[in-house]
Design a protein around this ligand. Structure first.
Ligand SMILES: Cc1cc2nc3c(=O)[nH]c(=O)nc-3n(C[C@H](O)[C@H](O)[C@H](O)COP(=O)(O)OP(=O)(O)OC[C@H]3O[C@@H](n4cnc5c(N)ncnc54)[C@H](O)[C@@H]3O)c2cc1C
Length: 353
């Protein structure tokens, strides 16, 4: 059982910044995210796009902002459960919560902060009848740990950036990489398309287009896939493989959180924005894109603000008898749980009286 003060669901910018604000109040955080990497929409949808409305940054690339947030929270040593989806929640007699993921990992905390954005990103699955039989037994919809594929044969399907990028990466890891796409043209970045073609020319990637995987076979574990070329069933043939990775994109869904008894309006969680972004269940907060209230704006900076107020309220719940005096970080400094300390020398702060 993983124990923490604030259990954050969602490692998007809102969830990450929550760790910082909680850390200033000496509260420990643990984050669950269904994706294998932190950053939410910024990492998954637009890592190279510049953002122009983060205060103090005239321009910052989404991926860089995620790196900066990770650096900012490092000293507060958050725990991460990545690549797992928060599925069930159980309220304990003392008002705390146990949250269990789809892989059975249990987390216990007095406060749950849902920073789930548009929802957890669910893979778009190809329409193959018995595909679920081999899920996690040779079929994977995302790459959590590339080392899993070392010296194995891998078939990747898809025509976007993920399919191209993982084909390129795994060409140096797997024993054999076959990329199957239903068109001759790819949707991904031009340089990635060129790199895949180079790797094909030197025999490090097999490229099969226009083609689709139409069937999967095996006993306990995947053993082979059926490939249909030119949309012609007469050209179907079988290819032996250890793994099949369909990469057809991810679509966000609120998913199991929608069944936690929270008040939901238009696929978002209703919160009290006059106070602390708490939901209708005391101890569960919803911050960032996942919540709704009159005037809500789905912007990164709004998520940061909501996280800040939410942490103040969480502190009062966890320590009902302690008074928290707000201190500016320039005055109070930032003391990490790893013993590091950042503090401005007193001589550089002018007195205001
Ligand atoms: C193309 C594009 C451009 C944008 N440009 C800007 C911009 O310039 N400026 C700006 O301010 N905003 C911009 N936005 C909006 C911005 O990305 C969002 O406001 C921001 O990502 C919200 O952050 P978040 O942390 O609340 O949610 P998200 O970034 O959506 O992160 C939520 C995370 O929660 C995880 N999650 C959800 N449910 C579960 C679960 N049950 N279990 C485990 N994990 C779960 C998801 O996997 C995800 O990683 C843009 C959005 C898009 C799509």
């Amino acid at each position: 059982m993983i124990k923490t003060d604030i259990l954050i669901i969602g490692a998007g910018p809102t969830g990450l910044f929550t760790v910082f604000e909680a850390g200033l109040l000496k509260l420990k955080c643990h984050i669950i995210d269904a994706l294998p990497q932190p950053g939410g929409q910024l990492s998954e949808l637009y890592p190279k796009k510049p953002i122009y409305d983060i205060p103090g940054f005239p321009e910052v690339k989404a991926g860089q902002l995620v790196d900066n947030l990770m650096e900012q929270i490092k000293s507060f040593q958050p725990g991460f459960t990545l690549g797992e989806r928060a599925k069930d929640i159980e309220r304990q007699d003392d008002g705390s919560f146990i949250v269990t993921t789809d892989e059975g990992t249990k987390h216990h905390a007095p406060i749950v902060a849902i920073a789930g954005g548009l929802g957890s990103f669910e893979p778009r699955k190809p329409p193959i009848n018995n595909i679920s039989k081999f899920e996690n037994k040779g079929i994977h919809y995302m790459v959590k740990d590339p080392e899993q594929f070392r010296d194995k044969s891998v078939v990747i399907a898809g025509g976007g950036d993920s399919a191209l990028d993982w084909s390129i990466y795994l060409a140096d890891v797997a024993s054999e990489v076959t990329l199957v796409h239903r068109r001759n043209e790819f949707r991904g970045a031009l340089e990635s398309v060129d790199r895949v073609k180079e790797l094909k020319d030197i025999g490090k990637i097999k490229l099969i287009t226009p083609a689709e995987i139409v069937d999967v076979h095996g006993d306990e574990h995947l053993e082979s896939v059926s490939i249909r070329k030119n949309n012609n069933p007469e050209e179907d043939y079988s290819l032996e493989t250890d793994y099949f990775i369909p990469l057809f994109g991810l679509s966000p869904k609120l998913g199991p959180i929608a069944d936690w008894g929270l008040e939901i309006e238009k696929n978002a969680i209703k919160v009290d924005n006059t106070l602390d972004y708490q939901t209708n269940i005391p101890g569960i907060y919803a911050i960032g894109d996942v919540n709704t209230y009159p005037g809500k704006l789905k912007l990164i900076l709004c998520g940061f603000h909501e996280a800040t107020l939410m942490c103040q309220s969480a502190f009062a719940k966890i320590h009902p008898n302690k008074r928290n005096v707000l201190k500016y970080t320039t005055v109070g400094g930032v003391t990490g749980f790893d013993g590091t300390k950042k503090e401005a020398p007193k001589s550089v702060i002018r007195s205001i009286d």
